[in-house]
Design a protein around this ligand. Sequence first.
Ligand SMILES: [Ca+2]
Ligand SMILES: [Ca+2]
Length: 188
Amino acid sequence: MKKLINRVIATVLSAVCMVGMTVNADSSDNFIMGDANGDGKFTVSDVILFQNWITGKDVTLNDYKACDFSEDGVLDIFDLSMMKKELCTDHFKPCKNTINDVFVNYVVVVTIKQQYPKRVWTAEDFRGVENIDYIQDVTPPAWSRQTLDIFLKERSKENVLKMIHDIESLNIEEIYMVRPTSWESGII
Ligand SMILES: [Ca+2]
Ligand SMILES: [Ca+2]
């Protein structure tokens, strides 16, 4: 009997997951991807909350869009899977570019981890890093990672690589990766 009940529960759960649930149209545009409970960070607590929601437990998501990782307007098991993967892989990725790579221009691209809220970055955040001309926020609309372009005063491939090294050496927790604008850099 217990086995049968378990099977019924599993069937119901998989039906819920397959069908998915429509995202609330009133959901805000100002959210941190993965921040299901709305505390301003994307952590394992959000994964647990979303998992409970997907499996039909009586819990509330603070912002539905923050869980729609596939961006299809429906919350389902695929979003949960992507969310778990994202949390596991959102660690700092050191730059592997070399002087032999093709650089599109002499700009350093800084990508912020997606569990940090967007904020204004200035040269003060990169204190000690020389050769910064100006910083431009180039985050695409609705993009979960903030993206900055740092323009150099003296522009050369060597200086781009030096600045990347200098920024990486600051060990700023919010930074996901620092790259040249290179077709080979694998910017995502
Ligand atoms: Ca959270
Ligand atoms: Ca989705």
